[in-house]
Write a protein that binds this ligand. Sequence first.
Ligand SMILES: [Mg+2]
Length: 387
Amino acid sequence: MLPDRAILHVDMDAFFASVEQLDDPSLRGKPVLVGHDGRRGVVMAASYEAREFGCHSAQPIAIAKRNCPHAVIVPGRGRRYHELSRRVFTILEDVTPVVEPLSIDEAFIDVTGSIALLGEAPEIAAMIKRRILGEIGLTASVGVAVNKFLAKLASDWEKPDGLTIITPECIGGRVAELPVRKMWGVGPVMETKLHRLGIRTFGDLQRLSAEEARQRLGETGVHFRRLARGEDGRLVTSDRGSRSIGNEQTFGTDLGMPEQVRQILLGQSEHIAQRVRHAGLRGRTVSVKIRYGDFETITRATTLDRPTDRTDLIVAAARRLFDRWAAQRFRPVRLIGVSVTNLQAAGAGQMDLFADADDARHRRLDAATDAIRERFGRRSISRGIRG
Ligand SMILES: [Mg+2]
């Protein structure tokens, strides 16, 4: 058990169908099925209006049409879904790099390291929902809990547009009342088996001793019992093997002036430094990626003496890399990006032994800037370019 974690499960509501209703206002309020309207077509997503008629994803289109003859059937638009999914994940990655995607429209995020800066986990969940609605126009349901299993249960609880918090106190109450089919890995066959054993709810599983669970159901039973009791030690793991925090931008027209590129690089570096701090991390390697108009791409990296989360040091490192390159061979730039790698948890290194007055001053400045940005938005404050 990791009682100190704060985990969110973010799940977009009827994602593909909601995107269709977003892009085509004439579909709003109507039953919409996304899928191929052919003999062998399958429902990829059903709007909530269609669900009221018994339509659901993975159902043959023919059956869905029988259930809801007036449903509007639209073919899927994968590229559009990917584009909006990317934007949702960008919002999540603004909160923390510890984002584990489960599918195109669903992810776990561990916000433990973000609480000091962004507020308690439910506030972060509300902020994420607000941003997804405000910036994209879609609703998400978010579950908040101390582990993955409970967070996923929670996001499902009040769909659509839900925000549900499962505290450890709920485990003997709301969680205990859940039917066993809500358990991960319990399908119709297992459900029947459990019912025959007199196990109908999470509460029934909670009341078994570990021995009873093993005798009746084997290791699976022990696992179910543990989850029903709210015990789940699995960590949220980002799919990127080596974690990095980065940002890159592609331009429609190549940027021909070094000063333009430098300006963008500075803004990117500031934002990345803030994300490193949000995540409770410090990084040692700063990289700059540059792509020319002809798609040749170069990367230049520098490793600092010590891991840092300070804006001025990350900005200075990115700027040094860029200036060295620009002095030698500046060419019009198609893409520019910065990233920080070699990340470790803040406080894990020797950093504080080196802390001095200058360091403390920079940290106060960073904290003040972060607070203003949190309150008034990312573009509300930025440093001038000096020198
Ligand atoms: Mg979903």
